[in-house]
Write a protein that binds this ligand. Structure first.
Ligand code: GCU
Length: 609
């Protein structure tokens, strides 16, 4: 029989053994270590990396990262994995989509590749080297030549590790350990309605920079009521008394004085042609400081809330939108130019001027394309459903993902709304957590609107959520006709509610599968899905405070929990099937409604009303 002291000792030993991960979780790679990369030429590190899944974190326990490359016959101790040898995978990719044996794998995985450096480069004391990972789901630990440089949490935002001082002439070895395990304290947490992909699924690049590095540039219309002043805020890391801002097409070439921390801001008179979906004008912007130089292409516009109106450049706006996930039948969460352009082409066919990029930051290319093509965007962090709202580390993780998203995209005219979450229970802890995030968003970027996808109060049959007073636009997800069967309740909710702020129906819809894979009628039939859209539109179009909608969703998408005979591992609410080609009947219903809305907006613009 074990004595009490033995039990305690065993428990402590077990805790100690399982604390192996603590030194590898400083979360030091975050929004504060980001670098501005606009206009920089990076060295791509995409391509084949050796790869191994590691369900039990054996790589940390046995220090695989410290192993030296050598031929098997030279090794003097037995080994369980050789990071320099074996299976490879392409980066970027989601491991689930590469081999059947990894489809449901959830845990850690190791990526390793060589990084060859010329002596002149590696030994140049006037250069700094930064690794940029576009995104890795969820926790990514960075090792270079066996040295742990830090880790990043958050599965959809870019992060940087400075390699300066750790690179040697000749061959270096870079290792990334990525873990996608769903846990109750992550953001999102264990339960979501989208597939839990894992891996380094966006691009990896190496950037060489001078001793002085431009870490941030935020340029926009000044926050007053006019349209004749531009403000630029900069952050420079390294010796420089001032920066230089140039916008040649506007005749701007000014100095930006910097304080001791390398921060500075300037406001200049200018009358840019305003950016809008109908006229997506972009200007070349150049910033230089201490030998460093970055650039961007920026549209100037104003988005604001006035009462229950959303106004773009002073004119009332109706958001003709659609929700989209970052998901593909073949590539999972990896997206590319063709996939993005197809997404926007389908949105154009729907007569959209707006997309809700749900439920996490999408690839940065999406907002750049939206800037060029003329679409408005809602961007969101995955504070989804029942997050650990009372856990400070969870809050820090969510806030960091929000700040990384804002720093990455706040020069994008297309982005008009930062959303701090989706369908969260109205508790005190959630209110504190999400109102805090809304304040953070406003503080980091006072030029945009804040929102969240909230739920109606079904019992009181009205739009009523305590978070509403802390955000500019009230997103509402409602599924009358699907999860809620009685459309009359939606009519009551519409009549009973007086939100006093603009409402966007951020989700509504129904599953529909074309026969014979789907039923001829009733739930999951294409015809019933069309009926839901017809009835929803008939009710929503009469609610004056509804200033937009982004029905759920453009394409069918993969998700583990949807396993009935019609879903077969996919959520089938897409207006277009998972082939991203087959349009369902409801597609044409929404497109026709938005065509009416678009014609009305165009005639109002012509009348100058
Ligand atoms: C919810 C949720 C979505 C989900 C959708 C559905 O509103 O926000 O992420 O996919 O409903 O149930 O299809």
């Amino acid at each position: 029989m074990l004595e009490r002291s033995d039990l305690a000792e065993n428990a402590l030993q077990a805790l100690h053994d399982e604390a192996y991960g603590v030194p590898f979780d400083p979360r030091n790679l975050n929004h504060r270590t980001m670098v501005f990369t606009g206009g920089r030429d990076g060295r791509s590190l995409n391509g084949d990396w050796t790869f191994c899944v590691d369900l039990l974190d054996t790589g940390l326990r046995q220090k695989w990262y410290a192993m030296q490359p050598m031929a098997p016959e030279e090794r003097t101790e037995p080994w369980d994995y050789d990071p320099y040898d074996g299976e490879t995978v392409p980066v970027p990719s989601c491991w689930q989509m590469l081999k059947e044996k990894w489809y449901f794998f959830e845990g850690s995985a190791w990526y390793t590749r060589p990084l060859d450096m010329d002596a002149a480069d590696a030994e140049d004391a006037d250069r700094r080297w930064f690794l940029r990972v576009g995104a890795a789901q969820y926790d990514c630990k960075v090792f270079l030549n066996g040295v742990f440089l830090g880790n990043h949490v958050g599965g959809s935002t870019p992060f940087f590790a400075e390699l300066t001082g750790h690179l040697k002439a000749g061959r270096n070895w870079l290792m990334l350990m990525v873990n996608n395990t769903r846990t109750a304290d992550r953001v999102p947490m264990r339960n979501t309605d989208w597939f839990n992909y894992g891996g380094v699924y966006r691009e990896v690049e190496l950037f060489a920079m001078p001793r002085t590095v431009i870490r941030d540039l935020f340029v926009h219309l000044a926050a007053d009521d006019g349209y004749d002043r531009i403000r630029a805020a900069v952050e420079v890391d390294g010796p420089a008394a001032a920066a230089r801002l140039e916008i040649p097409a506007l005749g701007i070439d000014v100095a930006v004085p910097l304080d001791a921390d390398g921060r500075g801001a300037v406001e200049v008179d200018a009358r840019p042609d305003l950016w809008s979906p109908e006229s997506p004008t972009l200007y070349d912007v150049v910033l230089s400081a201490g030998g460093d130089r970055v650039s961007d292409r920026v549209g100037f516009r104003r988005i604001e809330r006035v009462g229950d109106e959303i106004r773009l450049n002073g004119r009332p706006l109706f958001l003709r939108g659609i929700s989209v996930h970052e998901d593909d039948e073949a590539t999972g969460k990896v997206t590319g130019e063709e996939d993005l352009r197809r997404r926007f082409a389908h949105a154009r066919e729907l007569n959209c001027n707006f997309l809700r990029l749900a439920h996490y930051p999408h690839h940065e290319r999406a907002a750049r394309l939206a800037d060029e093509l003329g679409f408005l965007l809602w961007e969101e962090i995955p504070v989804y459903w029942a997050i650990a709202f009372d856990d400070p580390r969870t809050y820090a993780d969510a806030e960091n993902q929000l700040l990384e998203l804002i720093r990455r995209d706040r020069n994008r005219a297309s982005v008009i709304i930062w959303s701090v979450g989706n369908e969260n229970p109205d508790t005190d802890a959630r209110l504190a957590f999400m109102s805090g995030l809304a304040r953070t968003a406003k503080s980091a970027d006072p030029t945009r609107l804040t929102s969240a996808a909230c739920l109606v109060n079904h019992a009181r049959k009205r739009i009523e959520d305590r978070l509403a007073e802390h955000i500019d636009v009230i997103g509402i997800n409602e599924y009358y006709g699907w999860y809620e069967e009685n459309f009359e309740d939606l009519v009551d909710i519409g009549r009973n509610s007086a939100p006093g702020k603009p409402v966007v129906i951020s989700e509504t819809g129904a599953d529909g599968v074309r026969a014979p894979q789907g039923p001829a009628r009733g739930l999951f039939s294409e015809s019933y899905m069309r009926e839901v859209y017809e009835k929803q539109i008939a009710i929503l179009r009469n609610l004056s405070y509804v200033k937009g909608m982004s029905p759920w969703i453009l394409y069918d998408f993969r998700v583990e929990r949807r396993q009935n005979v019609f879903q077969r591992g996919f959520n089938r609410k897409g207006l277009i099937a998972a082939d991203k080609a087959t349009k369902k009947e409801a597609f044409h219903v929404l497109s026709a409604y938005y065509a009416q809305r678009r014609a009305a907006a165009e005639s109002e613009a012509e009348d100058g009303r």
